[in-house]
Design a protein around this ligand. Structure first.
Ligand SMILES: Nc1ncnc2c1ncn2[C@@H]1O[C@H](COP(=O)(O)OP(=O)(O)OP(=O)(O)O)[C@@H](O)[C@H]1O
Ligand SMILES: [Mg+2]
Length: 407
């Protein structure tokens, strides 16, 4: 099996998927805009060959280059991309190279949040009331129809960028000038509810692996309030009765969008009334260490499991769920360089074996921009079979671990 992988070296998780492919016996041909020497060794070791292109965003040029490069190999069996901005390029490469997998038409349903919701509305799936808007007047009109509070966000957004919750027409007027660089937005009914994921690995339309994580707090709040240490809590027991509507919703969504093979990452809302409402879906894994959380939950290697599904049509890695696994992202107080980390020793003594991973910026490093990276200044991962114990420990890390920066 020969696989063309788009951007095997970036972002950070990609080398692990390249490893997965090579571990299940695939020959991996990487194509990316990084110079070969800059592709992390963790990816390079698993590549049969690598082609650097000047940019990944000139699709025609990338397709021509890939065609010429792959001709002597007799072509590839699959084209894989697990990075959101490269999804459409991968679809066009498939089309040009005649490989199976998602077409550009199918890909649009996972990239364009309006096209996505329209397809789901047609299938009778509950989505937030929504409108696509290109001008300020269209936004005003949509706001009248949706009512307040509402959400305004880019059609192809990521990382909650340019996403606002608005309470009134005057707030809308204040926000419109900030959105002039966004060509199209979605104006949506605000759903007041808990937020979860529904993630899968599928092979030929059959679900091989299911995962549910709980965002604490909701991402929009986490991305707006700096002092919060956002958590993603991967749930051991995805069969809890209150999650059943979300599982059902997830299966219906995959069917309605015709998803066949690979990773999916859906976000959904669970209201106090127990209703599951669709949020969004990507035809790719979640980022921000969420795939590692799946590994910690199941003591498995999901990177390999995904590759098995893609290359062999079946995931055979273990998938019994043993632990809740929580990642807690930390943000330093103050600007500049990390000067002090407080509370870590005590937490490690108290939480002991339940700490699965620590990855904090070292003292002396410049702190990161928390608005741009959910990872922020680093994170801890905890795991425990009991959900309440997991959340209690995660909250302690939020409260008792503090990082200080100064110029
Ligand atoms: N209709 C809505 N009702 C309530 N909250 C919403 C709604 N739409 C978006 N949000 C909030 O904004 C966040 C970001 O929205 P969404 O997931 O659609 O965009 P995104 O930028 O692709 O997110 P990310 O890349 O962080 O997953 C959601 O996780 C949720 O907290
Ligand atoms: Mg989202």
């Amino acid at each position: 099996m020969k696989v063309l992988m788009v951007s095997p070296g970036f972002p950070a998780e990609m080398p692990r998927f390249a490893r997965g492919l090579s571990q299940v016996g695939a020959q991996v041909f990487g194509i990316g805009d990084q110079p070969e020497a800059m592709v992390p060794a963790a990816a390079r070791h698993h590549l049969t060959a690598y082609l650097q292109v000047p940019t990944l965003w000139d699709e025609g040029a990338v397709i021509d280059a890939a065609r010429r490069w792959l001709a002597p190999t007799g072509g590839v069996d699959r084209v894989e991309c697990l990075w959101e901005p490269g999804m459409m390029l991968a679809a066009r490469l498939r089309q040009a190279l005649g490989t199976p997998g998602m077409s550009p038409e199918q890909t649009i349903l996972f990239r364009d949040k309006e096209a996505m919701k329209q397809a789901l509305d047609k299938a009778g799936i509950r989505t937030p009331h929504h409108f696509r808007c290109r001008t300020a007047d269209e936004c005003r009109e949509a706001a009248e129809r949706v009512g307040y509070p509402l959400i305004i966000k880019p059609i192809d957004g990521a990382g909650s960028a340019d996403t606002y919750r608005l309470e009134s027409a005057s707030e809308l007027e204040a926000v419109l000038p900030k959105l002039t660089h966004v060509p199209e937005v979605s104006v949506e009914e605000f759903i007041d509810a808990r937020e979860y994921t529904f993630d899968t690995i599928c092979a030929d339309g059959r679900i091989q692996f299911t995962n549910i994580a709980w965002y604490r707090p909701n991402p929009l709040i986490a991305r707006t309030v700096q002092w919060i240490s956002p958590q993603t809590v991967n749930l051991r027991d995805t069969r809890r009765p209150e999650l059943a509507p979300g599982r059902k919703l997830g299966r219906k969504v995959l069917q309605a969008l015709g998803f066949r093979t690979g990773f999916t990452h859906m976000e959904w809302f669970l209201t106090d009334d127990g209703e599951a409402i669709f949020g969004e879906i990507g035809a790719r894994p979640p980022g921000a260490r969420s795939v590692d959380l799946m590994n910690y939950t199941c003591d498995t290697d999901v990177y390999v499991g995904w590759a098995q599904a893609v290359c062999h049509g079946r995931m055979t890695e273990p998938n019994a769920r043993l632990y809740n696994a929580a990642v807690i992202f930390k943000r330093a107080q103050g600007e500049g360089r990390i000067r002090r980390i407080e509370g870590l020793d005590r937490l490690l003594t108290e939480l002991g074996e339940h700490v699965a991973c620590i990855d904090l910026l070292p003292v002396g490093a410049p702190r990161r921009n928390w608005k741009q990276s959910l990872i922020s200044d680093g994170y801890l991962i905890l795991r425990h079979p009991n959900l309440e114990a997991t959340c209690e420990m995660a909250d302690r890390v939020g409260r008792d671990l503090q990082i200080y920066a100064s110029p």
